[in-house]
Design a protein around this ligand. Structure first.
Ligand SMILES: Nc1ncnc2c1ncn2[C@@H]1O[C@H](COP(=O)(O)OP(=O)(O)OP(=O)(O)O)[C@@H](O)[C@H]1O
Ligand SMILES: [Mg+2]
Length: 257
């Protein structure tokens, strides 16, 4: 697989001292993060640490209580798209219709359809355009959701546990698909996952949130596609899991990137 990527298409993110409180509950304390265009970042952390909150802030679905977020090129045409654990397809629209709604530019219906069909080929669903979402498997529905998210050619793709509900094999297939599309299209990707191995397989960088702040920022400088049995990945995974399972050993955690 090629690792050459067009970095010009991705959004550049800059978060300065970003905080979010819900009443007296300070979820994000002060997050500082700079993501260059086209980078693939994975966000991990314990349940409830604020990962989805951070993604919602990046998607402008919520506003920070403190600090600033700027999204370089991401404000342009294709903008930001968000993908969730559930595919959230429109049950009354066929597969093709579900992808077409993602095409945000003012294209003619014919070219919208053409683009949607092309994306269905990309995600491995050629020939399924006239099916109803209800007859698809969970993995196939997520492929439709991915095609819809990419239909607008986003500069920033935010993924909130998109593979969390899939079986192990489908999950690996989807990881490969996401990696291939990211390499082809050059968007910036921010993936929230509970799965440290998934984070290390896909991301250039793994960011761990703990107590409202970035506690670890680990660079994953390994060639792609990455094999799960790569010993370097295994060592990184062990270090991150140690940190997650035993916060007291923070001093021995991997060095910040
Ligand atoms: N709209 C809201 N109003 C009040 N509290 C909220 C709101 N959204 C999130 N929270 C709180 O913020 C904290 C972080 O929630 P968030 O959903 O970001 O966690 P998470 O890291 O995504 O967890 P998980 O891994 O379980 O998905 C939780 O304590 C949650 O209750
Ligand atoms: Mg969440």
């Amino acid at each position: 697989m090629s690792t050459s990527q067009d970095p010009g298409r991705g959004a550049q993110l800059r978060l300065s001292s970003v905080g979010r409180d819900f009443g007296a509950n300070t979820v994000l304390r002060g997050v500082d993060l700079q993501v260059p265009a086209g980078q693939f970042v994975a966000i991990i952390g314990r349940s409830g640490c604020g990962k989805s909150t951070l993604l919602r802030l990046l998607a402008h679905l919520d506003q920070p209580t403190r600090g600033r977020i700027s999204l370089g090129a991401g404000e342009a045409a294709g903008g930001t798209r968000l993908m969730f654990q559930e595919p959230r397809l429109l049950p009354w629209a066929r597969v093709i219709g579900n992808v077409e709604v993602g095409v945000s530019d003012a294209n003619l219906p014919a070219s919208r359809r053409e683009r949607a069909l092309g994306l269905l080929v990309e995600v491995g669903l050629a020939g399924r355009e006239d099916d109803w979402p209800g007859v698809l498997s969970g993995g196939q529905r997520q492929r439709v959701a991915l095609a819809r998210a990419l239909a607008s050619r986003p500069q920033l793709l935010l993924l909130d546990e998109p593979l969390g509900a899939l079986d192990a094999l489908t999950r690996i297939e989807m990881q490969r698909l996401i990696e291939r599309l990211w390499l082809d299209q050059g968007f910036t990707a921010v993936l929230v996952t509970h799965d440290v191995s998934e984070a290390l397989t896909l991301a250039d960088r793994v960011v761990l949130i703990d107590r409202g702040e970035i506690a670890l920022d680990v660079r994953v400088d390994l060639p792609r596609p990455r094999r799960r049995d790569n010993p370097e990945l295994g060592a990184l995974e062990e270090q991150i899991l140690d940190y997650l399972l035993d916060g007291a050993n923070k001093d021995q955690a991997p060095a910040a990137a």
